[in-house]
Design a protein. Structure first.
Length: 147
């Protein structure tokens, strides 16, 4: 089991069940020791798409649970997820936000980052590199605000 955290720093447990060689279902539970079901996502591994994602209770929606689950899935499979057949307005807005954030990350990487993506090279997520880059960016911002 893996733990994820929403925008409000609440932790959830994620459990994966393999349905076949190309499909897995991820279940999000209310606490690390199991608990009530909160969300579910169906991943098509070969296409790197999530065909169904459902956060069960309305009070659990808009908390970043699906975003945290997607990040955990991407870390596990080692490549970014792609939008599947999106049927809802909320789903389209979610993916539009994800692609906008991804474009911002590519812009920060510069031409080399864009070149890697254009050539189809996909690097697995490296949290240590991200933390170092974020710390360096914060240091630059602090230096700029002091002057």
């Amino acid at each position: 089991m893996v733990a994820i955290t929403d925008r409000f720093r609440v932790q959830y447990a994620v459990e994966r069940k393999r349905l076949s060689s190309s499909v897995a279902v991820y279940y999000v539970r209310s606490d690390i020791n199991g608990g009530d079901p909160v969300a579910r996502a169906v991943l098509h591994i070969d296409r790197a798409t999530v065909s169904e994602v459902l956060v069960y209770r309305p009070q659990d929606r808009r908390r970043g649970i699906a975003s945290a689950l997607y990040a955990a899935i991407e870390a596990e499979i080692g490549r970014p997820l792609r939008a599947g057949n999106i049927r809802t307005v909320a789903g389209r807005a979610f993916w539009r936000g994800r692609t906008t954030k991804a474009a911002a990350r590519v812009k920060r990487l510069g031409p080399m980052g864009r070149e890697k993506r254009r050539n189809g090279c996909q690097q697995p997520f490296q949290p240590e590199q991200f933390q170092r880059a974020t710390a360096a960016e914060e240091e630059t911002v602090r230096d700029a605000t002091r002057n």
